[in-house]
Design a protein around this ligand. Structure first.
Ligand SMILES: Nc1nc2c(c(=O)[nH]1)N[C@H]1C(S)=C(S)[C@@H](COP(=O)(O)OP(=O)(O)OC[C@H]3O[C@@H](n4cnc5c(=O)[nH]c(N)nc54)[C@H](O)[C@@H]3O)O[C@H]1N2
Ligand SMILES: Nc1nc2c(c(=O)[nH]1)N[C@H]1C(S)=C(S)[C@@H](COP(=O)(O)OP(=O)(O)OC[C@H]3O[C@@H](n4cnc5c(=O)[nH]c(N)nc54)[C@H](O)[C@@H]3O)O[C@H]1N2
Ligand SMILES: [Mo]
Length: 669
């Protein structure tokens, strides 16, 4: 008999789609998009169409494992959960006694976005006194840039895009990463809006746009300043809106904008001056221009400043006062549920050190006082996704590092583990989801029993707490009870009726306590183009890190529609749709190096050397090379992925990753 169960896509994507899962005899047999879900509306991305192939993949880990061979090789023996928990607790007690608990480092990110399972380890590690992980690999620079200008102003409703007459997809590959934003942008286009894409290479999103503007990596801030220069010079400002709503535009106009004429900026961006002028004019003359800003352009040494500068555009043309006008960088729904009831900061007796997840390589190889002696990885794959892969692997190879990995698959990271624990997929555990692309939220229950002996993140930490001999009742709560703790408290984001719908598994819309656009939640109550609390009081162009590196080609480690970071490589059909370790290069750059399409090449910089297959294409401008996807090392001929070239350097604001801020030289193999 087939039953259909409602669930939620757990992955790190703006949408948190509603799923309908067909279940037969405890197995998921097919998955489709929930037609009643307010964002999904029946449309699923190619990755999730066969989620059942991930859930029931023959590659799933089904029992705990103990390493028997050298680190990294992946030879293990099967052990029981009891043995695994006992061994982990014994080793941690030894390490704690010898070095102090700060020698233990948790490492997790966004394998699942569910509030309970994602944050399941916090309470445990707080009580243990372990080092704290600064979870900043994705796009904290975006938030820092927004905050510098807009303070705590909530995001506009992204659905307004359909009322816009000019939609700009700026640094976002929406066809791959935000398919519902793409659908909504196309709806706007059908109603007559113009659709532009601004990117560093010709993505599928560029193909779908009316016009695409390809610019040099990390130069968007300069482009926005030149647009502001033209808008001011040609009298296209909305003076009324500025005087009522904007602080410090005059300072920007007088002190900064004169240095950013289109002629001065053309070379920095790689766009002709007259194109920049046209962009500025058409943007300013649009009735309700809507910018959807992606995260690609934030992963640079100047990422926060880039977001802050671009976000000035809707303010100076008064776009905010029109339905459909404004800029959307993502929703912040952190206040909707009392997360501290799960994360339990109160379990910390003192504040342990903070280790940036972007600097794991350094933490495992250079840290002292105390050194990192144990790593517990859950729902993350740092050997593949973290920058500076060679440093990460040097750390993971340390014989004296006790590594535990809780995973669904034997990932690059799991291969280095001393103990591997099998994890449930999202269909096998309950959770509560919110997302960063809309105000939607949904709770779900397990749709099927666990595969093999898999346990959820929360169950693993409950067992570890018991193994440590802790008698805190908190660790004996079930995941369902934790979800109820998140729901029972009022936060001003949802009515009692909405909370009841959540309990029943119905997708709902949260409402931020203040009306979007009604006011600017900044110190001055205005949009702060001038913000003297910032190190840089006014937007101006900041250099990227890679500008000082001395290699000639900018490398873009971009995303693919057929994977999610290092996820989905377990699905054979999706893997087959991608070219493994392909490097896109312009004809000019290939000819200058006597390289031919299809040949094996090596990209190199100070941090590493990575083998690729060259694809000569007009999709990338001269001076930029691109590779898509984060491949598992078992599929990579050279054994090193693109992150062997990326660096542990941080962004200007938010201490984020700078994965796109990389230069390389490329030679034939
Ligand atoms: N299919 C798929 N979906 C995903 C993911 C995935 O890996 N695959 N990852 C998920 C995650 S974790 C995230 S954070 C989001 C990210 O989703 P997006 O916000 O779309 O971010 P990226 O795909 O990293 O980068 C977007 C685009 O920015 C471009 N870019 C890079 N540097 C610059 C620049 O300096 N200027 C401009 N204008 N463009 C630039 C890149 O070429 C890329 O096409 O997607 C999520 N969804
Ligand atoms: N070169 C390059 N590097 C990148 C990026 C890029 O685009 N290019 N993207 C960057 C970005 S934006 C981000 S956000 C990070 C993402 O970094 P991560 O969050 O580490 O991303 P994933 O590769 O999706 O790895 C998540 C792992 O969690 C596992 N998992 C899923 N569900 C569960 C669960 O319930 N429990 C447990 N224990 N495990 C689970 C999955 O099997 C998967 O192996 O990567 C960054 N690194
Ligand atoms: Mo991300």
């Amino acid at each position: 008999m087939t039953v259909t169960v409602r669930s939620v896509c757990p992955y790190d994507c703006p949408d948190a789609c509603g799923l309908l899962v067909a279940v037969e005899n405890g197995r998921a047999v097919s998955v489709s998009g929930d037609p009643e879900h307010p964002v999904t509306r029946g449309l699923l991305c190619p990755k999730m169409k066969h989620y059942e192939q991930t859930v029931h993949s023959p590659r799933r880990l089904t029992s705990p494992l103990r390493r028997v061979g050298p680190k990294g090789v992946g030879t293990f023996e099967q052990i029981s959960w009891d043995e695994a928990i006992a061994e982990i607790c014994r080793r941690w007690q030894e390490i704690g006694a010898g070095y102090g608990a700060e020698a233990i480092l948790p490492y997790s990110y966004a394998g699942t976005m569910g509030l309970v399972q994602r944050n399941a380890g916090h309470a445990f590690f707080h009580k243990l006194g372990a080092s704290r992980l600064e979870r900043t690999i994705c796009s904290p620079a975006k938030d820092a840039g927004w905050k510098a200008l807009m303070g705590d102003t909530p995001a506009m409703d992204p659905a307004e895009i359909e009322q816009s007459d000019l939609v700009i997809l700026w640094g976002i590959n929406a066809v791959a990463t935000s398919i519902h934003a793409m659908r909504d942008a196309q709806n706007a286009r059908r109603k007559g809006a113009k659709l532009w894409a601004i990117d560093t290479y010709r993505t599928p999103t560029c193909e779908a746009a009316d016009e695409a503007f390809l610019i040099r990596p990390g130069s968007d801030g300069a482009l926005a300043l030149a647009m502001l220069h033209v808008i001011d010079r040609e009298g296209l400002l909305d003076r009324e809106f500025i005087s009522a709503n904007v602080l410090g535009f005059e300072e920007l106009r007088v002190r900064i904008l004169p240095d950013y004429s289109p002629e001065q900026v053309a070379d920095i961006c790689g766009l002709p001056a007259d194109t920049i002028e046209r962009l500025a004019r058409e943007y300013a003359r649009a009735e309700a221009p809507f910018i959807r800003l992606g995260s690609g352009l934030t992963r640079y040494g100047n990422g926060a400043m880039t977001v802050r500068t671009i976000s000035c555009l809707p303010a100076v043309v008064g776009a905010w006062s029109k339905p459909g006008g404004g800029i959307f960088i993502g929703t912040a729904t952190g206040g909707a549920f009392p997360l501290q009831t799960v994360t339990r900061e109160d379990f910390m007796t003192e504040l342990p050190r903070l280790v940036s997840m972007n600097q794991l390589g350094g933490a495992l190889t250079e840290l002292s006082g105390p050194p990192g002696m144990s790593l517990y990885v859950y729902h993350s794959n740092p050997a593949a996704i973290a920058p500076d892969q060679n440093a990460v692997i040097r750390g993971l190879e340390r014989e004296d590092l006790f590594t535990v990995v809780h995973e669904r698959f034997l990932t690059d990271t799991a291969r280095y583990a001393d103990i591997v624990l099998p994890a449930t997929s999202s269909l096998e555990h309950p959770d509560l989801y919110r997302c960063y692309g809309s105000y939607q939220a949904q709770r779900c229950s397990a749709a099927i029993p666990p595969v093999g002996e898999a346990k959820s993140n929360w169950e693993a930490f409950s067992l570890l707490a018991a193994g440590m001999g802790w008698d805190e009742p908190f660790f004996r709560l079930s995941a369902d009870e934790l979800i109820e703790l998140l729901l029972v408290e009022e936060t001003g984001w949802r009515s009692a009726a909405v909370t009841e719908q959540l309990r029943q598994g119905i997708p709902v819309m949260l409402v931020p306590p203040t009306e979007p656009k009604k006011q600017w939640l900044t110190q001055s109550g205005k949009i702060e183009v001038l913000n003297e609390r910032e190190a840089e009081p006014l937007p101006r162009r900041l250099a990227t890190h890679a500008e000082h590196d001395g290699y000639p080609l900018r490398l873009q480690p971009a995303t693919t529609p057929y994977a999610l970071n290092s996820g989905f490589y377990e699905q054979d059909d999706l893997r087959a749709k991608q070219k493994c370790m392909e490097l896109l290069m312009s004809r000019v750059d290939a000819e200058a190096r006597c390289l031919a399409d299809g040949q094996a090449v090596i990209a190199r910089n100070d941090r590493g050397a990575v083998r690729f297959t060259l694809k000569v294409t007009d999709r990338v401008p001269t001076g930029t090379v691109v590779t898509e996807g984060v491949w598992w090392r078992e599929f990579i001929p050279g054994g090193r992925g693109v992150n062997a070239l990326t660096s542990q350097r941080l962004t200007d604001g938010g201490r984020g990753s700078t994965l796109y801020d990389v230069t390389v030289e490329v030679k034939g193999l």
